[in-house]
Design a protein around this ligand. Structure first.
Ligand SMILES: NC(=O)c1ccc[n+]([C@@H]2O[C@H](COP(=O)([O-])OP(=O)(O)OC[C@H]3O[C@@H](n4cnc5c(N)ncnc54)[C@H](O)[C@@H]3O)[C@@H](O)[C@H]2O)c1
Length: 383
C-alpha cells in the first residue's frame, strides 16, 4: 500500500470525527392585515420569486380565499395552492403524501419557500412535508388560530400522528420565519379561542404571574372581543410569545428534557388522542394543568386559596375543569408512562410551585394520581 494511503488509513482507524454546526435564525414578525395589498410581508418573503406556493387550511381558504386571490393579483404574483382538510384524523402520513405529490407536480425547487397558512394542524403537517421533501425545503408559517399564534408559531417542531400516537413522526425543522396577524382570531369559533387560552393559561401558571393576572382580570373581554381591540390582547399575546421564546430559544432541539413548557403535556396526550372528538389540544392541556396543580396542592406545595384561584380562572376562560378521561386512573398512568419514555426514562413532571413559577418532580406514584383525581372532582364541583 502507498505510504500516503497508509497514513489516511491510520488517521481514520484511530477514529475520525466530523464536526459542523447548524446556525438557526428565523424571524417572528407581527404584521396586521396580512392580505391588504399594501402589506408586502407575504409578497416579499425571501426565497420565492414570481410564483408563490401555498399550503392552506381548507377552512381558512373558505373564509379568506378571495382576499388571498386579490392580494396576489394586485401584487402581480402567480399562486399555486393546495387546500388541506385540517382535523386530527387528517394529520397523518396520507395527507403528507398528498402535499409531497403537489410539490412534485408543481416542480417545487430546493430553495423555493412554501407559505403555510393555517392553525396548528396545518403548520404541523405542512412543516413536516417541507422537512422531508428534497431533504428539506424552506417554509414560512402564517398561524391563523390563537393557539398556533402563541405556540406552534414559535417553535421548530413539526409532525403528524402515527401508530395511534400524537405527533409520533416528526422533526425539529424551523421555518425561515413566522408572520403573526392576530386579525385571524376574529373568525375563529369561540371553542377554538378557548382552546388557545388553554395554552396561555398553562404558560401563565408556570412562568408569568403578570400573564395569569391579565387572564383573571380580562377573561370575558378577551373572549367577547376575540383579541381584537385595545392593549390587553396585545400584551397577552406578547407575554405568551416571549415566555415561549425564552424557553425554546436556549433548548430548540430539546437536548435538555427537563422542559417547563411540558407542563400540561404529561397526563393529557393519551386522553386527547382517545377523545379527539370531544377534547381539543388546549382543553386537554388545561385539564392536565389543573390535575397537576391538584398534585402540587396535595403535596402542600401551595394552599387551598391558590388552587381555588387556579380553578376559578380556568372556569372564567370557559376551559373544562373536568373530563371523564381524568377519572380513568389507568389512562392517566399510561399517559405518564408514555411521557416518561419520551423524556428518556425520567418523569420530569413540571408542577406550579406558586402562580408564575414551577418545580420539577420525578417521584409521582399511583396514589398521587388517585388523590389528585379526588381533589380535581372536589374543586370542579366547588363553584
Ligand atoms: N408544533 C408545535 O409546536 C405545536 C404546538 C402546539 C400545538 N400543536 C398542534 O396544533 C394542533 C392544534 O392546533 P389548533 O388549535 O390551531 O387547531 P387546528 O389547526 O385544528 O384549528 C382549529 C380549527 O379552526 C379552523 N381554523 C383555523 N384558523 C381559522 C380561522 N382564522 N378562522 C376560522 N377557523 C379557523 C381549522 O380549520 C380547525 O377546524 C394540534 O395538532 C397540536 O398537536 C403543535
Amino acid at each position: 500500500m502507498n505510504t500516503n494511503y497508509l497514513a489516511d488509513y491510520h488517521q481514520f482507524s484511530r477514529g475520525g470525527r466530523i464536526e459542523t454546526s447548524l446556525p438557526v435564525s428565523f424571524f417572528l414578525k407581527y404584521s396586521s392585515s396580512i392580505f391588504d395589498c399594501r402589506n408586502k410581508s407575504l409578497a416579499s418573503i425571501p426565497g420565492s420569486g414570481e410564483r408563490k406556493v401555498i399550503i392552506i387550511d381548507q377552512a381558512v381558504q373558505e373564509i379568506y380565499g378571495e382576499m388571498i386571490s386579490s392580494y396576489f393579483d394586485d401584487n402581480k404574483l402567480d399562486v399555486v395552492q393546495l387546500r388541506i382538510l385540517c382535523t386530527e384524523e387528517e394529520k397523518n402520513i396520507h395527507t403528507v403524501e398528498k402535499i409531497l405529490r403537489f410539490f412534485e407536480k408543481n416542480t417545487v425547487l430546493r430553495r423555493e419557500t412554501i407559505i403555510c397558512i393555517g392553525g396548528g394542524i396545518l403548520l404541523d403537517i405542512a412543516g413536516y412535508a417541507c422537512s422531508i421533501y428534497r431533504r428539506g425545503i424552506p417554509y414560512v408559517k402564517v398561524p391563523t388560530t390563537l393557539l398556533s399564534i402563541v405556540d406552534a408559531s414559535v417553535g421548530s417542531k413539526v409532525g403528524i400522528n402515527h401508530f395511534g400516537r400524537r405527533n409520533r413522526l416528526g422533526a425539529y425543522y424551523p421555518p425561515i420565519g413566522t408572520l403573526i396577524d392576530k386579525n385571524f382570531i376574529k373568525t375563529e369559533k369561540e371553542q377554538n379561542i378557548v382552546n388557545g387560552l388553554g395554552e396561555i393559561f398553562k404558560l401563565s401558571l408556570i412562568k408569568s404571574r403578570e400573564l395569569f393576572d391579565l387572564l383573571q382580570n380580562n377573561s370575558s373581554l378577551l373572549l367577547r372581543e376575540k383579541f381584537q381591540y385595545g392593549a390587553v390582547p396585545v400584551r397577552v399575546i406578547n407575554l405568551a410569545i416571549s415566555e415561549m421564546v425564552s424557553e425554546l430559544e436556549p433548548n430548540l432541539w430539546e437536548k435538555d428534557l427537563k422542559r417547563c413548557v411540558d407542563f400540561g403535556h404529561t397526563f393529557s396526550p393519551v386522553p386527547e388522542m382517545l377523545y379527539s372528538q370531544s377534547l381539543l389540544h388546549g382543553e386537554a392541556v388545561a385539564l392536565d394543568c389543573l390535575f397537576s396543580s391538584c398534585i402540587a396542592f396535595n403535596r402542600s406545595i401551595f394552599c387551598n386559596d391558590t388552587l381555588h384561584r387556579i380553578f376559578s380562572v380556568a372556569r372564567s376562560l370557559k376551559l373544562k375543569t373536568f373530563h371523564e378521561s381524568f377519572a380513568d386512573t389507568n389512562l392517566l398512568i399510561k399517559s405518564l408512562e408514555d411521557a416518561t419514555t419520551h423524556r428518556n426514562g425520567n418523569q420530569n413532571l413540571p408542577l406550579p410551585s406558586t402562580i408564575g413559577d414551577h418545580i420539577f418532580v420525578n417521584d409521582i406514584t399511583e396514589s398521587d394520581i388517585v388523590n389528585a383525581q379526588t381533589t380535581m372532582v372536589k374543586y370542579h364541583e366547588s363553584e
